[in-house]
Design a protein around this ligand. Structure first.
Ligand code: SF4
Ligand code: SF4
Length: 201
């Protein structure tokens, strides 16, 4: 079944790559920029985490030990956490580089684009937060209004317009993809909650 998920992953990654390519004048992602791998929840399905761990098993012992230390530290922080939503830095991020890049999940592959989900009740457009740091879409954002404006776009001189895509996690893990590629995503929860078993080792 994981083979069918990998086929889906190839299909969707190609699609996402074409979106990034179309929006390349607004995208400032580069290796070592890991702000989107920090301070978040990282939703993952059972199938995604199974594949991610497949990648982790292939890593050298030193890197695996660093990941394990990260996981244990985060689990400890989570135990002590008293608020509503626990946010954490991804344990697979080592020296600001993803140690399991080829095995990363869907949320990791789509971040950086504008999310525009037509099924959202409020049809709200979500601009990646890193525009505030002078990164993606910052060249067309009006920082006071917190939105992309026609004036800013005109000033940018960029030919391709800024464009949103339906890249919500709900859409990327839709049942139609399960049916089309013959696999199941399975249960979904925060990545760290899949890693609780590491406490025993
Ligand atoms: S999406 Fe933003 S924070 Fe993430 S790598 Fe790209 S520029 Fe950096
Ligand atoms: S799996 Fe990799 S890309 Fe995804 S959040 Fe973790 S470090 Fe970032």
């Amino acid at each position: 079944m994981i083979e069918n998920y990998v086929k889906y992953l190839e299909f969707i990654t190609k699609k996402l790559d074409s979106f990034f390519e179309n929006q390349r004048d607004y995208i400032f992602c580069k290796k070592g920029c890991a702000k989107c791998c920090k301070n978040a929840q990282f939703p993952y399905s059972l199938t995604e985490v199974t594949y991610l761990l497949q990648g982790a098993i292939e890593l050298d012992e030193d890197t695996q030990n660093k990941i394990k230390t990260n996981i244990l530290n985060i689990l400890k922080q989570k135990e002590d956490f008293k608020g509503d939503t626990f946010l954490y830095d991804c344990p697979f991020l080592i020296d600001d580089v993803c140690s399991v890049y080829n095995y990363r999940g869907l949320v990791c592959r789509s971040f950086g684009l504008i999310n525009q989900n037509p099924l959202n009740n409020d049809n709200k457009t979500k601009i990646p937060f890193c525009y505030k740091e002078g990164l993606n879409y910052s060249n067309v954002m009006d920082m006071e209004l917190n939105e992309i404006t026609p004036e800013k776009y005109a000033q940018s001189g960029i030919k391709e317009e800024p464009h949103g895509y339906n890249i919500s996690y709900e859409f990327l893990t839709d049942k139609d993809f399960e049916r089309g590629f013959n696999f199941k995503f399975g249960e979904k929860k925060a990545l760290i909650d899949w890693l609780i078993g590491f406490k025993k080792y």
